[in-house]
Design a protein around this ligand. Structure first.
Ligand code: IPE
Ligand code: IPE
Ligand code: MG
Length: 250
């Protein structure tokens, strides 16, 4: 089991982020600005996903994680929720073969128990089909919440160590939904809000954060490269001083 933790050991700070995590926000406002229904923004947003997946694969990013539906998004009008579900299914139907042909692995994480059987079967099939692909792992977070993730991991950890009361990070981490991936190096949120909205709470401990006003449907390769360039100019100290880092380089 892969386990790396930015709080217990100093990880590598790779030039190209190994793991990019994104909150794809602003679909609704993109549509409203054009006098279109909000759903038009979600439909257009799928195109941006395609662009970003391809660009990340080409740039050597190993893990791309996309927040598609949060545990709080059920609060939206029923119509919008059911449209998002349908859109998710159509996107799976259309994109999985292409992803497979491009050696891309797909994972879907979140509390899938609230999805209907058909969608769950499609997800399982897509994951199975792409399981051995190695170029890029795309994780779609669906009905995901950072607190849900921590709580379900705690539950599994406690069950795995009956009677134990004292736990370490290393015992919890393998039970988190994304235990297969290193922690994100770069986080991008589109749409102008500067918040985490219950995304990967545990895993973002030492991630570099990038916020852009661009609405998700307008997110482009240029914007992605801007975020990566910003990341490359950061000094990732992981608790150490700048002087210590300079010393290491010489
Ligand atoms: C993000 O766009 C997509 C989802 C949350 C599913 P929004 O739908 O939140 O767009 P805004 O924030 O209302 O513009
Ligand atoms: C976060 O976007 C969730 C996704 C992008 C899936 P929201 O638009 O739901 O976030 P808040 O509620 O405005 O923070
Ligand atoms: Mg939003």
């Amino acid at each position: 089991m892969k386990y790396t933790s930015s709080t217990t050991e100093v990880p590598d700070a790779p030039q190209v982020p190994r793991h990019v995590a994104m909150i794809m926000d602003g679909n609704g406002r993109w549509a409203t600005k054009r006098f279109l229904p909000r759903v038009a923004g979600h439909v257009k947003g799928v195109e941006a996903v395609r662009t970003v997946v391809e660009a990340c694969a080409n740039r050597g990013v190993e893990y791309l994680t996309l927040f598609a539906f949060s545990s709080e998004n059920w609060r939206r009008p029923e119509e919008e929720v059911s449209l998002l579900m349908r859109l998710f299914m159509t996107a799976l139907e259309r994109e999985v073969s292409k992803m497979h042909a491009n050696n891309i692995r797909l994972r879907v994480v979140g509390d899938l128990s609230r999805f209907d059987d058909k969608l769950r079967t499609m997800i399982a099939n897509a994951e199975r089909k792409t399981a051995n692909n190695t170029r890029l792992t795309v994780t779609v977070c669906a009905n995901y919440g950072g607190r849900w993730d921590i709580m379900q991991a705690v539950g599994k950890m406690v069950a795995a160590h009956p009677g134990m009361t004292d736990f370490s990070e290393a015992q919890l981490a393998p039970h988190l939904a994304m235990a297969y991936a290193p922690e994100p190096d770069l986080f991008i949120r589109t749409g102008g809000e500067q918040r985490i909205s219950n995304f990967l709470l545990w895993q973002l401990a030492y991630t570099e954060l990038f916020f852009t006003d661009t609405y998700w449907p307008d997110f482009s390769i240029e914007r992605l490269d801007e975020a990566i360039a910003s990341y490359q100019h950061r000094e990732r100290r992981f608790g150490r001083t700048g002087a210590q880092l300079a010393e290491k380089k010489t």
